[in-house]
Structures are given as structure tokens and as C-alpha cells.
Design a protein around this ligand. Sequence first.
Ligand code: SF4
Length: 78
Amino acid sequence: MRMIVNLNRCQGYAQCCFLAPEAFQLLGNEALLYNPAPDDDLHEKIQRAVVACPVQAIRVEWQKAHQISRTEEGSHGN
Ligand code: SF4
């Protein structure tokens, strides 16, 4: 998954840091550090942080967990 936090919008409420400390850290009162490519195992925690952010600053792109890799099914070699 990929994640972007709009730091212009972020007000440092730290909800995300409480809900997903593996991905978000607040330095001091304002500086938010975050992992832009958190592990898929954090999916639920990140989702909670997205919902809990009072200013909707967190945007996540959920990558398809199962990327379908298809071979050419029409060509069977005969
Ligand atoms: S919950 Fe939202 S406003 Fe608060 S620190 Fe996280 S991103 Fe910023």
C-alpha cells in the first residue's frame, strides 16, 4: 500500500500515531513522520487512522493484494 499525508492539512492531532504507531510518529508538537509504504500487515491500523484523522489528511492507495498475472491462455503451444 502507498500512503500520502497532506502535511499542509495535518494539524498534529496524533490520532494516527496512537492508532498505527508503526507507520506514524509525531516529532515535537507538529512534525509528523510517516512511512509512505507501510507493510500490508498494517492495513487495519492504517484504515483506522484514515478514518480517525479529524482533517482527512491521510490518503491511502490500496494496491491490489492479488495482482493477476495471466499468461496468454489462448496459446497452448499446439
Ligand atoms: S491524525 Fe491527521 S491531523 Fe492528526 S497527526 Fe495524523 S495526519 Fe495529522
